[in-house]
Design a protein around this ligand. Structure first.
Ligand code: C2E
Ligand code: MG
Ligand code: MG
Ligand code: MG
Length: 292
């Protein structure tokens, strides 16, 4: 509690708390407004076959266009959206945006590319949301194009995620991907109980992998376990040629996602006046060091 011994300092403390509360209310208000006005858009980042540069799939990464028109990355609003109970709506908006953009998505990345949507662990543990999201994916008419990315925490949490929720998605042909693997609370052995199609090794293990023997060991362990369990491995956050060269020389990992191949890109920036040729498509989708 605020002590009122020195009048000046108490007043100072009060007004700084007030300022904080006001600032939070302002963010909350603008987030609600952004949802009402559908001021969210998606950047897409490709998952690339490191041998052929072919695009295996893309991941939708949500962005907020704030009151001043500045594009904000999810780090600045996704947790708050979760706390305020707005994240389910946001996820439905992401799906709507993808459906609306499906023609340019196909023209840019190809019709075989899977389309991944991130689902927060808290959402994954909410059967009501997951049912409504499954229905929405089904309603697109092409549910089998989609994958959901969830962190390993969702699998470990005590809920019916594995037993009831996942089978519902699998029945629709929606793929399941474990995001940021290695950063959560599950052990490698817990992987044996997880049924997923894809496992994404967290960026923290990929950064400077060529110089870090401990990360190399971890990578080998994840790789052999994933192979035994029939899961596709994706290396996240690949930024340099040296990292790529290590993966190619020392592992069987076939897919990577990261700035080295492509930054997340906005479709409208590609100026798709005419459909791209397949060569142009491959170059756009996997060109190293793109902006955004
Ligand atoms: P994530 O799903 O693990 O996505 C990867 C993040 O790493 C993205 O950040 C991406 O832009 C960034 N990234 C990709 N390649 C590289 C690289 O080579 N180097 C570095 N340094 N970073 C790279 P972003 O877009 O800021 O998204 C952050 C997180 O926000 C995502 O992590 C995901 O957990 C969450 N998120 C994004 N979109 C949604 C959404 O629609 N719903 C929910 N619930 N969460 C979302
Ligand atoms: Mg993800
Ligand atoms: Mg990730
Ligand atoms: Mg991440």
């Amino acid at each position: 509690r605020v002590k009122n011994d020195g009048k000046g300092s108490a007043a100072f403390f009060d007004s700084s708390m007030e300022r904080e509360a006001l600032a939070r209310m302002k963010i909350e208000q603008s987030l609600r407004l952004a949802i009402l006005e559908k001021r969210f858009c998606c950047a897409f980042q490709s998952k690339v076959d490191i041998r052929t540069q072919a695009v295996k799939g893309i991941e939708a990464l949500v962005r907020l266009r704030d009151d001043e028109g500045v594009i904000q990355a999810p780090g600045s609003f996704i947790n708050l959206a979760g706390e305020l109970g707005l994240i389910d709506e946001l996820t439905h908006l992401v799906l709507a945006e993808i459906v609306k953009s499906i023609d340019p998505i196909n023209a840019t990345f190809g019709t075989d590319a899977t389309i991944s949507i991130n689902v927060a662990a808290k959402q994954a543990g909410n059967p009501e949301f997951m049912r409504s999201f499954a229905r929405a994916l089904d309603a697109t008419g092409f549910p089998q194009r989609f994958m959901i990315e969830v962190t390993e925490d969702a699998f470990v949490a005590k809920n019916h995620f594995q037993a009831e929720i996942l089978p519902m998605f699998r029945k629709l042909g929606v793929g399941i991907s474990i995001d940021d693997f290695g950063t959560g609370y599950s052990s490698l052995s817990a992987l044996a109980d997880i049924t997923a199609d894809e496992i994404k090794i967290d960026r923290s293990f990929i950064t400077d992998i060529h110089k870090r023997p401990r990360s190399q060991g971890i990578l080998r362990a994840i790789e052999s376990l994933s192979e035994a369990l029939g899961m596709t491995v994706i290396a996240e956050g690949l930024e340099s040629f040296e990292e790529l060269a290590y993966l190619q020389a020392a592992t069987k990992i076939r897919y990577a996602q990261g700035y080295y191949f492509s930054r997340p890109i906005f479709l409208e920036e590609l100026k798709l006046a005419t459909p791209l040729s397949s060569e142009a498509r491959a170059s756009v989708a996997s060109r190293p060091h793109q902006q955004n």
